[in-house]
Ligand binder design. Sequence first.
Ligand SMILES: Nc1ncnc2c1ncn2[C@@H]1O[C@H](COP(=O)(O)OP(=O)(O)OP(=O)(O)O)[C@@H](O)[C@H]1O
Length: 252
Amino acid sequence: MVDNNKFYIKDLNLYYDTLRALKDVNLQIKSNKVTAFIGPSGCGKSTLIRCLNRMNDLIEGVKINGLVAIDNTDIYGDIDVITLRTKVGMVFQKPNPFPMSCYDNIAYGPRCQGVKSKTDIDAIVEKSLKQAALWDEVKDRLNKSALGLSGGQQQRLCIARAIAMEPEVILMDEPTSALDPIATAKIEELIENLKKSYTIVIVTHSMQQAARISDNTAFFLSGEIIESDTTSNIFTNPINKKTEDYITGRFG
Ligand SMILES: Nc1ncnc2c1ncn2[C@@H]1O[C@H](COP(=O)(O)OP(=O)(O)OP(=O)(O)O)[C@@H](O)[C@H]1O
């Protein structure tokens, strides 16, 4: 397979015990693009995004079959899951900074990976915060608790923490749903800049957000991907009637 796909998903099924939450999912996720997952509540968006760095492994009773490949390597094959999660970082719905200083939040991962030099860690902290568009706001309070930041700043700190691990992919599960419109706009602008360096997959409940920031969109319904295409085709020229009904607000 020679292409610009970061992920290749083929006939993927996921069961939570007897509940089949993903049904024969087929999807390709392009490198250095933003891919949005949209669809009504409970349709499997978070379940699929969690498959991309094997976060579902942590849930008891989960059974998976089918293929999820990153750069042509089967991530459910014989691979090191810690390395996978380093390559595929994740940002969650609710900002979840560690209860420590802003500096230590960013330094934590690189230190765990064995980076010891203070000069190196300083450089990683500065670079990550700059890329997350947070440096100017926190450079004078690096040693203060991250819990004192606003929600929007905390979410950018979490993005900086993911960036510090030098991932290739950043998964974002509803990253702005707990934020106000101004903080949301900042994260959206950030995502636009980050896609030059990273592949981004985002779950969002906001169709406006998907339309604003993503290049490609996959529409989910009851565990199936009904349609996936460029975002402009999904929103202006959907092929499937169900997609059209959803994006025009006729259901969901
Ligand atoms: N840990 C779990 N154990 C059992 N069932 C689960 C678990 N997580 C999700 N499910 C079920 O799997 C289905 C898909 O859930 P998922 O969270 O992936 O949907 P979603 O599209 O992300 O929903 P939302 O938009 O509300 O976050 C739902 O029926 C949900 O109840």
